[in-house]
Ligand binder design. Structure first.
Ligand code: SDX
Length: 393
């Protein structure tokens, strides 16, 4: 400590705010959105209903949910000029980079979103536009990465079906909605919907605390989520599992690598800053992976490799001592793959799911008129010294 500042790298022991949105208990593995356990919401709710709950604080009546869903449907189209921005990206662009750029560009098409003193109804419209358009932007970023024509939303479809339609339909053929797929997608998006003050949500709050617009704040959150130690882990997990499979499937060899301090390799999808016994989302997703793959008649060898890794880690002192267990990213990619979603879109799926959480947290910060975020530091640099002319250096 130096004077008045307590150093806390990574904010491991810092409470940045007071929030009424999500409750986590890392020891007990508890996660609740506005008081409702995620186990019940994953089983009984829908992603749009959970989005309403997180943003407005209570479960909607049937009428409120229908109005909310219809409002979202009427805003799924994006300005046609956004296609010019999209077309500017090479097909090699990672969809997360496109997502962050196009979400930020919403401020250009809706400049009123830049006004920090919007009325409640204006904020609501800003929010509905983002929830609606993020699914279109996400699907279009995928189409751009495979050089295929973008598909427009269909208002007769619910949110998740519409997204899958925009992802997998073609001008030449429609996408057949499979209820098993849509149910699995709703569940996955619900489980990603919020997670209190994680890295990307703290980013959204920090940017929002400067009175930056919702779109700029969320665009920054997307960039933070892209990091392989955060949301990017779900893509890294599948790449790791494929590497183990290609290497002959010997998970013990990779466990040894993960324990080797000289080897930068980490068991991606393991460990969590808060959960120290298990990630309740990983438990639900692991079960859902079994259900979805068997319902779709898919036998994916990397699911067996993932289970072997989990088993090996649960009995290995290195992981047990450090309380490293599978997190939300460990099994989610296996389901996304079974739904036909390509690896480079996994972190986009995380962003799609986390959108209502980011929005709710930004809205809460603004309603609570929280001060601009500005942490201090402990200076460890040079003492005062005089300028030296270049001849004397
Ligand atoms: C998400 O915060 C959130 O809520 C995030 C999230 C959300 O919903 O928003 O839950 C989503 O980001 C989940 C996490 C996805 N990331 C990964 O799976 C990447 C692999 N995991 C790690 O990099 C790590 O566990 C973190 C980033 C998740 C947590 O990092 P911490 O809390 O800063 O812990 P640490 O890096 O200091 O690790 C503690 C020890 C270290 O060993 P020692 O130096 O004490 O000897 O555990 C080791 C680490 O080397 N360790 C691992 C490991 N994770 C930590 N060793 C091998 N494999 C791993 N995965």
């Amino acid at each position: 400590e130096s004077g008045f500042v307590t150093l806390d790298p990574g904010y491991k022991n810092t409470g940045a705010t007071q929030s009424a949105i999500t409750f986590l208990d890392g020891e007990e593995g508890i996660l609740r959105y506005r008081g409702y356990p995620i186990e019940q919401l994953a089983e009984k709710s829908s992603f749009i209903e959970v989005a309403y709950l997180l943003i407005y604080g209570s479960l909607p009546t049937a009428q409120e949910l229908e109005d909310f869903s219809n409002r979202i449907k009427r805003h799924t189209l994006v300005n046609e000029d956004m296609r010019k921005i999209l077309d500017g990206f090479p097909y090699t662009a990672h969809p997360m980079g496109i997502l962050s750029a196009l979400v930020s560009s919403l401020t250009a098409f809706y400049p009123e979103s830049l006004n920090p003193n919007q009325t409640k109804d204006e904020v609501d419209l800003t929010i509905v536009r983002l929830l609606a358009k993020i699914s279109t932007i996400a699907a279009w970023s995928y189409k751009n990465s495979i050089g295929h024509p973008v598909i427009y939303p269909k208002n007769s479809l619910d949110y998740c079906s519409n997204f899958m339609h925009m992802m997998f339909a073609y001008p030449t053929e429609t996408y057949e909605v499979n209820p098993i797929v849509i149910d699995a997608l709703n569940k996955l998006l619900i489980l990603h919907a919020d997670h209190e003050q994680n890295c990307s949500t703290s980013t959204v709050r920090l940017v929002g605390s400067a009175n930056a617009s919702l779109y700029s704040s969320v665009s920054a959150g997307i960039s933070a989520l892209w990091g392989p130690l955060h949301g990017g882990a779900n893509q890294a997990v599948i790449e790791m599992l494929e590497e183990i499979k290609a290497d002959g499937g010997d998970s013990k060899k990779f466990i040894a690598k993960a324990k080797d301090k000289n080897d930068p390799f980490r068991l991606m999808g393991f460990g969590h800053r808060v959960y120290k016994n298990f990630d309740p989302r990983a438990k639900i997703i692991k079960k859902s992976a079994d259900d979805v793959l068997s319902a779709l008649g898919i036998k994916d060898p990397i699911l067996d490799i993932a289970k072997e890794l989990e088993e090996a880690a649960l009995t290995d002192p290195y992981f047990v001592d450090r309380k490293l267990y599978p997190n939300v990213d460990f099994y989610s990619g296996i389901i996304y793959q079974a739904l036909g979603i390509p690896t480079n879109m996994f972190t986009v799926m995380f962003a799609l799911g986390r959108m209502p959480g980011w929005i709710a947290q930004w809205k809460e910060l603004r309603e609570n008129k929280e001060p601009i975020g500005r942490p201090r530091q402990i200076y460890v640099g040079e003492k005062e010294r005089d300028y030296v002319s270049i001849e004397k250096r």
